[in-house]
Design a protein around this ligand. Structure first.
Ligand code: HDD
Length: 731
């Protein structure tokens, strides 16, 4: 990262330099580095650590404007947090399109392959407060601000491609239900409580999204390893005014990976900033996160060719029906300089679009267009939030808007109205020919109604498609998640209603969840389930699979995702005094060569000795760093090192826990004593007599080079979920 220029002002700069110096200082007043401290009005402060008092032990004086200014500013340092997505982390970057997309859109940033469009991306959780953990089971916000040459385009999406509700008018109900309950403000950042499931159990259009929320998608390993989706169907419009429907995607180049629920809960205690830290450290170390932007394009003529409505935000377009075309790449390459000024004050708006992109009549999207300006007015204190540096477009702003709280622009002209002659008619309206935004001329001829289209009334087919597309471990996790959440719900009636809904997704799933709750599937649910016959009995109901409909979609399962890299994965090497340095370094160097991050974890900080009496620096001690903060563990040999670790309860727990969370584990053959100290050693499948043995992700061998090869192979698989059920570790 570029380091800031420090300015140490001379006491008496030569007159010739004074002006330049003053200009320099003015430019750097934001940095606060290397300058004399001043009041907010530029008066140099002599002492800001002692208030002005009447005598050494006397009372403070009201005239102490320095004290009062400092405290007053502090008293006003908080603004209302976002009503949703309050907890977030962000980064700067660039977007480049691969090939001109002129066939579909006239948007300049999607056509000019030489342009590097700056972006600012904010990731977030939804339900928790600003200070809550990064690791709840939750949807993740994925909001991208493109500072294009035609103005700002905000793609305000999530890491899941569908949403809970079909109409924005329900949004306050959804959020009131999921937020901590109003009487006691419990629970923080968790959907596992009565009001959320009460709402969901009465709102079966949420069922598809619930499948995503209960899946491992809600537990990303890293913000850098999750997909993003624009969710709604938008429009692209080309220079001839021809429109196509589009769904936007972000595909992470590191693949899509998740962690275990138990692990996630532990991380919340050990490092609640886990995702924020991971993003920050990756960027600081030059491992810039990358996503490819994908589009699914549907010609206008094909609007009604699907067995769902394109305007329904609870539906996705399976990639088997419309492939995702990768059209460009986004790289995040710079951390914010100041969290509040940038990450907190950035204002996204689904209504910020540029010529070549337009809305559809998705009723969720339409309501959002109203909501985002409104919320910024409250949160950022007035109508000039677009002048805050992080929100400013890179192109000049000219219009007749004036005044308002915190106005920054000093307009020098006399006219602030249109039409005018005193200002020579400026600013002119561009008109369509000069790049002015024109709305797509969609024909509308209908009655005003407060109803939903019957084409929105299939709430279960895609929930079933999602469930059927999951691998066995993913299905198990989903079942466990539902059992967990519904066990936290106190009302039996709500639990029963949910079992009824799950029956319409998959009877086996409903039965497994029912078993975990100690309930039978009820017969008298009385649900309002559009698309399900009113008298359907959940016990005998079979999901409706429409003729010719897909039964599985590969892209919905993370098990089918990229598994070819260990770049930026964190590996702990457990070691103590008298460790075999040759093995340690061979494996460490092999991991580093593949781009992994390696840390030596020992019983204490400082250095440890090798068997040849060399010193090795320790990165972390077992006291502060648990296995949940790593992707894999390696234990090198060395008789004393292994004996020390085998006798250390924290080290043994480290391995047990890594095994429980299905992580790759490697050890030298002469470190086997350490493995034998674990709970799982007796549970490993039979040795297959290979030179280097890999059993469900546990690598054991005599030769550090082949251990490295096998360990890296195992790490590319990410997790060995199949060991989870039969060989569960109690920890
Ligand atoms: Fe929203 C913030 C994403 C529906 C109203 N939303 C917000 C953020 C994201 C989303 C990522 C955080 C932006 C940031 O980092 O600052 N929201 C979505 C998606 C939705 C969605 C993908 C459905 C497809 N949202 C939605 C509806 C409404 C809102 C239906 C209201 C009618 N959302 C808001 C908001 C927020 C917000 C209250 C809170 C803070 C903010 O806008 O700036 O206006």
């Amino acid at each position: 990262m570029a380091t800031r220029k420090k300015i140490i002002p001379d006491e008496n700069p030569p007159a010739s330099e004074a002006n330049a110096k003053t200009a320099d200082l003015l430019q750097n007043t934001e940095s606060g580095q290397g300058e004399f401290m001043t009041t907010n009005h530029g008066v140099r402060i002599n002492d800001d650590q002692n208030s002005l008092k009447a005598g050494e032990r006397g009372p403070s004086l009201l005239e102490d404007f320095i004290l009062r200014e400092k405290i007053t500013h502090f008293d006003h340092e908080r603004i209302p947090e976002r009503v949703v997505h309050a907890r977030g982390s962000a980064a700067h970057g660039v977007f480049k399109v691969y090939k001109p997309l002129s066939q579909y859109t006239k948007a300049n940033f999607l056509n000019d392959t030489s342009a590097e469009t700056p972006v600012f991306v904010r990731f977030s959780t939804v339900a928790g407060s600003r200070g809550s953990t990064d690791m709840p089971r939750d949807v993740r916000g994925f909001a991208v601000k493109f500072y294009t040459q035609e103005g700002n385009f905000d793609l305000v999406g999530n890491n899941m491609p569908v949403f809970f509700i079909q109409d924005a008018i329900k949004f306050p109900d959804l959020i009131h239900a999921v937020k901590p309950e109003p009487h006691n403000e419990i629970p923080q950042a968790a959907s596992a409580h009565d009001t959320f499931w009460d709402f969901v159990s009465h709102n079966s259009e949420a069922t598809h999204m619930i499948m995503w929320l209960m899946s491992d998608r809600a537990l990303p390993r890293s913000l850098r390893m999750m997909e993003g989706f624009g969710v709604h169907t938008f429009r692209l419009v080309n220079a001839e005014g021809i429109s196509s429907f589009v769904k936007f995607h972000w595909k992470p180049l590191l693949g899509v990976h998740s962690i275990a629920w138990n692990e996630s809960q532990n991380i919340s205690g050990k490092d609640p900033d886990f995702h924020r830290r991971d993003l920050w450290e990756a960027i600081e170390s030059g491992n810039f996160p990358e996503w490819e932007m994908g589009v699914q394009i549907v010609p206008e003529a094909d609007e009604h060719k699907f067995d769902f409505d394109l305007l329904d935000p609870t539906k996705l377009i399976p990639e088997e029906l419309v492939p995702v075309i990768r059209i460009g790449k986004m790289t995040l390459n710079r951390n914010p300089d100041n969290f509040f000024a940038e990450t907190e004050q950035v204002a996204f708006h689904v209504g910020h679009i540029v010529p070549g992109i337009d809305f559809t009549n998705d009723p969720l999207l339409q309501g959002r267009i109203f909501s985002y300006t409104d919320t910024q007015l409250l949160r950022l204190g007035g109508p000039n939030f677009h002048e805050i540096p992080i929100n400013r477009p890179v192109v000049p702003v000219h219009n007749n808007q004036r005044d308002g709280l915190m106005r920054q622009t000093i307009n020098k002209d006399r006219t602030s109205y249109n039409p005018n002659s005193l200002g020579n008619g400026c600013p002119f309206q561009a008109g369509a020919m000069k790049g002015g935004f024109t709305s797509y001329q969609e024909r509308i001829d209908s009655k005003k109604i407060r109803e939903r289209s019957p084409s929105f009334f299939d709430f279960f087919s895609q929930a079933t498609l999602f469930y059927n597309s999951q691998s066995e471990p993913e299905k198990n996790h989903l079942t466990d998640a539902l059992r967990f959440e519904l066990s936290m719900v106190k009302s039996i009636e709500i639990r029963k209603r949910m079992l009824g809904i799950l029956t319409y997704v998959d009877k086996g799933l409903a039965a497994q969840v029912a078993y975990g709750l100690g309930l039978n599937i009820p017969t008298d649910i009385g649900l309002i389930n559009h698309g399900i016959p009113a008298d359907a009995d959940p016990q005998t109901y079979q999901p409706i699979i429409k003729e010719g409909a897909l039964t599985k979609s590969a892209s919905l399962s993370m098990a089918n995702n990229v598994l070819d890299s260990i770049k930026t994965r964190k590996v702990a090497i457990l070691a103590a005094d008298d460790v075999n340095k040759d093995s340690l370094m061979t494996v460490k160097n092999a991991l580093l060569a593949e781009g992994a991050v390696v840390e030596i974890v020992a019983p204490r900080l400082g250095t440890i000795r090798s068997t040849k009496n060399e010193e090795i620096s320790v990165d972390k001690s077992l006291l502060t760093t648990p296995s949940v903060l790593y992707d894999a563990v390696y234990v090198p040999g060395g008789t004393n090192s292994v004996a020390t670790l085998a006798a250390d309860a924290d080290a043994v727990h480290f391995l047990n826990e890594a095994y429980k969370h299905c992580k790759p584990i490697a050890a030298d053959q002469d470190a086997v004593q350490m493995l034998e100290a674990t709970y799982f050693s007796k549970k490993l499948p039979e040795n297959n007599n290979d030179d280097t043995v890999i059993r469900e992700g546990v690598v054991l061998g005599n030769d550090a080079a082949s251990i490295s090869t096998q360990f890296i192979k195992a790490m590319k698989m990410h997790r060995f979920w199949e060991r989870e059920k039969p060989r569960k570790v109690p920890a």
